[in-house]
Ligand binder design. Sequence first.
Ligand SMILES: Cc1ncc(COP(=O)(O)O)c(C=O)c1O
Length: 400
Amino acid sequence: MTASALFGTYARADLDFVRGEGVWLETADGRRFLDCGSGIAVNALGHSHPHLVNALKAQAEKLWHISNLYKVAGQEELGQRLADATFADRVFFSNSGAEAMEACIKTARRYHYVNGRPERIGIITFEGAFHGRTIATIAAGGQAKYMEGFGPKAPGFDQVKTGDLDALKAAIGPTTAALCIEPIQGEGGVREVDAEFLRKLREICDAEGLLLIFDEIQTGVGRTGKLFAHEWAGVTPDLMAVAKGIGGGFPMGACLATEAAAAGMVPGTHGTTFGGNPLAMAVGNAVLDVILAPGFLEEVQRKGLLLKQRLAAVIDAHPKVFEDVRGRGLMLGIKCVRPNAEVLAKVRANGLLVVPAGDNVLRILPPLTITDEEIGEAVARIEAAAAAVEADLAKEGDGV
Ligand SMILES: Cc1ncc(COP(=O)(O)O)c(C=O)c1O
């Protein structure tokens, strides 16, 4: 085999998908997989959703790109729809999650700068967080494994333990600008943050004059059964990073802000060549057409509960393989007893795609359009994978 010309940054599975429809993916050699990973929580409406395909094709025939030097078709509309549906008044479109986070970080710092507190640059985040792979967002995540070899940690980022209010209060100082948290940690292992803790963060920010940033890149756009996960806690942020599901597979992200938080972002302070381009806007608007349609999110909640209950039964039946199921809506995680890589291999061998995460978890993130029958099929395949892991254990003489 010839050496690949690609960077060696990914440990890719030897799977070569060539087409997808709904929750199903097909490889070049004709094998079909049930996709409960959605390209890491991206394909919110599955593969080849007709409404998204039509929106992209229609825009592709009109105009692809013009830059933010001009008005961009669909940006005002999508921005307004996001503002109408959330706490936000202002939206900045990016190409990715990390860039949406960068926009949040810069906006928070500028807020203090224009309010006469330029020393307030510090962002406090929470252990196990993941906010992206840029120099600033690896510092925000604070995980050594993502920072190693990339020089000194960017200044202005500190981490405290989720739930530890005393540690948080001790970490807040005169240079603190904002607190930033994922309402459910995704990469960290589908770890849900207590609603009461989110409410406390809001109180602290209000008392200390800090901004609250929610990273809803993975949890947003219907994934948990609400448009955004923080709605479950009844708390709103000042800034929010969105990506993944909003493009349904087309690369895009957004930073959402209140009027006050965005006040410093005047012409020249931030920008992007591609962000908010006409193709992305057409698809983003089409995604919202579906997700905001009456009853859609209620269905996600119902199917999420069904999947969680069915998974709980599998976990009960296989205590040597699985420990528990966690998460909300269609953002679920099963904590493994056996190494998650070993379980993942068996899951894949049974024609099901899921995504590994920290804390020895496998993430189950199906398209929000998954049907009850497909949920049944996914659970059956996880059950078969568990049985296969147990069979291996028995062979090794551990007994099951
Ligand atoms: C919570 C969270 N923040 C940020 C990111 C980074 O997004 P991207 O990979 O699009 O830059 C991710 C991606 O997995 C994420 O889950």
